[in-house]
Ligand binder design. Structure first.
Ligand code: HEC
Length: 239
């Protein structure tokens, strides 16, 4: 009994790969290439996957001579106004995205809680997009119009004053900080990234954020989220 050699089990594919570094490198290269192709190829047909190519009405059809001030809610997806764009900067600066996503997935439970699933076209003017990867708090993609401005102000200053069980931090300084950013330059930067601002949107935009607080801007941004386009529930915005 004692002389008997322990039975050697044939090595599994996994084990053979793990003890042969070159085999591992080759296998990794193959597997990662497949993963890469799956992720990259759809980008070549991005123009077709954006919903406004089938449903142009979801984008704001700006007429000759119109500025952002001519846009009315529901007219369609448009670039952010100066104040909203400033609010978006505060959203990013304060790290709101670490707890909030802005992407409603096309599942029944999500649609029932948050509304119509998010369209790719809805974040086409977002640089960088704010889809987020963590939901400590609720998704904010369609929070616009859900509460009053006053509710947002109270909630930002002291979330527990309106939602007693909330674990969201207080942001009391936002109401005291005046906006100091050069918003016209930021809008120009967006323009270079393909956001269709016209010069009339940008010239004089600085005056629109003058004497406004970070809180004013953030509330303006919250209130426009998900409200730009009227999405038809009976329509499937997918191929
Ligand atoms: C530590 C995580 C955390 C951070 C950071 C955070 N939140 Fe929240 N937020 C929550 C939680 C949890 C809730 C749900 C409870 C409540 O309504 O307060 C919430 C709720 C909200 C709501 C209400 C959503 C709804 O549909 O009822 C809004 C609006 C909101 N947050 C905005 C913000 C903004 C703007 C910031 C950045 C200034 C921010 N949050 C930062 C956790 C967070």
């Amino acid at each position: 009994m004692s002389n008997e050699r322990p039975e050697v089990k044939p090595k599994s594919f996994q084990e053979r790969m793990e003890i042969n570094v070159w085999a591992l490198v080759i296998m990794l290269a193959i597997v990662l290439s497949i993963g890469g192709i799956v992720e990259i190829v759809p980008l070549f047909v991005m123009d077709k996957t954006m919903e406004h190519n089938q449903a142009p009405e979801i984008l704001w059809q700006r007429k000759e001579g119109q500025t952002l001030a001519n846009w009315r809610p529901g007219d369609g997806i448009r670039p952010y106004t100066a104040l909203e764009l400033a609010g978006r900067e505060i959203y990013i600066k304060e790290g709101c995205y670490t707890c909030h996503s802005q992407m409603i997935r096309p599942f029944r439970d999500e649609k029932e809680r948050y509304g119509h699933y998010s369209l790719a076209s809805e974040s086409m003017y977002d640089h960088p997009f704010q889809w987020g990867s963590k939901r400590t708090g609720p998704d904010l993609a369609r929070v616009g119009g859900k509460y009053s401005d006053e509710w947002h102000r109270r909630h930002l200053r002291a979330p527990r004053s309106v939602v007693p069980e909330s674990i969201m931090p207080n942001y009391p300084w936002l109401k005291d900080n005046l906006l100091t950013m050069d918003i016209e330059r930021r809008m120009r930067a967006m323009q270079t990234l393909g956001v269709p601002y016209i010069d009339a949107d940008i010239v004089g935009a600085q005056a629109q954020i003058e004497n406004k607080t970070e809180e004013d801007a953030l509330v303006a941004y919250m209130q426009v989220l998900g409200t730009m386009a009227h999405l038809d529930e009976s329509k499937v915005y997918r191929e």
